[in-house]
Every structure is written in C-alpha cells, then in structure tokens.
Design a protein around this ligand. Structure first.
Ligand code: GRF
Length: 215
C-alpha cells in the first residue's frame, strides 16, 4: 500500500524537489501546499503533475483560522505523512497535535543549537567549527522535537552566510529524502523518552549518518 505524502512549502522548494526526485518506493506525493501564492516550488510540482494548492495565510484573520484551513487542505489529501519543507509559518499547538508522529521538519542547524531564524549567520558569529542540519518530528515547541537524522558540515575559513548555507543545503537534500524513506518503510519508532530509533543497519543504531566531509 502506498503512503501519501503531503509537502508544505513557502518558497524555493528545493527540499521538496529532492524528495520528489528521490522517487521513494511506496511513497506517493499526494500534493504540495504553499502558504504563499508566489512560492517558486509550486511551478516545479505542477510541471510534474503533482496537485498543488495555496492556502494564503494573509486571507485569514488569525493563526488558528489559517491552521484550520491548512489542516482541511491537508486532510483532503489523506496524508500518511506531512513534510514541512521550508514552510515559514509557526504552527499552533492544535495543528501540531493533529499530526503527532506524522509531521516532519527540516531545520538548517544541528539542533538544539540555533533554533529559529538566521542559523548560518549565528553559526558564523558564534565561531562553531561544525554546523549542519536536522530532520525532526514536530512537537509544539518551535524547532524542537525528536531528532530523526542529522548531517554535519565543517565551517571553513573564509565562509560567509551564502557559502555555509550552500554546504548545508547539499546535506539537507541528502538527509530529508532519507528520513522520508525511513518513515515510509516503517523504520522509525520511539523509545520511552520519545527518542527516535531507526531500524536500518546502514544508519547505525541511533540513526546517525555522517556525510563525507567536503574539501
Ligand atoms: C532550508 O534551508 C530549510 O532547512 C529551511 O528553509 C530552507 C528551505 O529551502 N527550513 P527550500 O525551500 O527547501 O529550498
């Protein structure tokens, strides 16, 4: 039985592209939803015949009203998994609770370091030697929740925000499809402390994968 994946975007949609391009066996991209009508990623999805929908947050009087409309659009696609891929809205607890255990996000830092915005700038300002990206299940606390997989990149002398972001993005495109694949294959489970376990001999017992370090 195929699992329905609904992907939420706000802009470029390169992570969405990576997940679509991965053509994960057993996964069907049921739809792509954006809160912004001008999100570039909508074009990519439409060209591939993936149903697209805009739920414009500006058309709703409150966060609750927007989240209710968003949930209605998502549920119409009968999702097994909802994937936040550069979706730039803070979601209400009610929304997050509705999709407990089937809502993933990617964040451009090694959580719990640098939750929130401008992660690459803050990593450079802090002087960390390694930086990276995290795929996690979404819980009500912003940029928090059980970690599925992380990838690490070096911070190199001479890096600026753009070069560091580009290096991290390469790894985002690698680990997000991988996390979705694990979910679809039923390999993700939680231990008593809600830490994620991955049943995958290649990933190791904790789901860590370490990408090759770039020169
Ligand atoms: C990515 O860096 C992601 O980690 C963050 O927003 C960015 C979205 O990029 N949440 P894209 O829209 O997937 O290209």
């Amino acid at each position: 039985m195929q699992k329905n994946i609904v992907i939420l975007i706000s802009g470029r949609g390169s992570n969405m592209e990576a997940i679509v391009a991965a053509a994960i066996p057993g996964a069907r991209i049921a739809g792509v939803i954006s809160n912004r009508p001008d999100a570039a990623g909508l074009g990519f999805a439409a060209e591939r015949g993936i149903p697209t929908r805009v739920v414009d947050h500006k058309a709703y009087p409150s966060r609750e009203a927007f989240d209710a409309a968003l949930a209605e659009a998502i549920d119409a696609l009968a999702p097994d998994l909802v994937v936040l891929a550069g979706f730039m809205r803070v979601l209400t607890d009610a929304f997050v609770s509705r999709y407990t255990g089937r809502l993933l996000n990617i964040h451009p830092s090694l959580l719990p370091s640098f939750p929130g915005l401008h992660t690459h700038r803050r990593a450079l300002e802090t002087g960390v030697r390694v930086h990276g990206t995290t795929v996690h299940f979404v819980t009500p606390t912003l940029d928090c929740g059980p970690i599925v997989v992380q990838a690490v990149v070096p911070v190199l002398p001479g890096d600026d925000e753009a070069t560091l972001a580009a290096r991290v993005l390469v790894q985002e495109h690698r680990i997000y499809p991988q996390a979705v694949r694990w979910f679809v294959e039923g390999r993700l489970s939680f231990d008593a402390e809600e830490r994620v376990r991955v049943r995958d001999e290649l990933a190791g017992p904790t789901g860590w994968t370490v990408p090759p370090v770039e020169a």
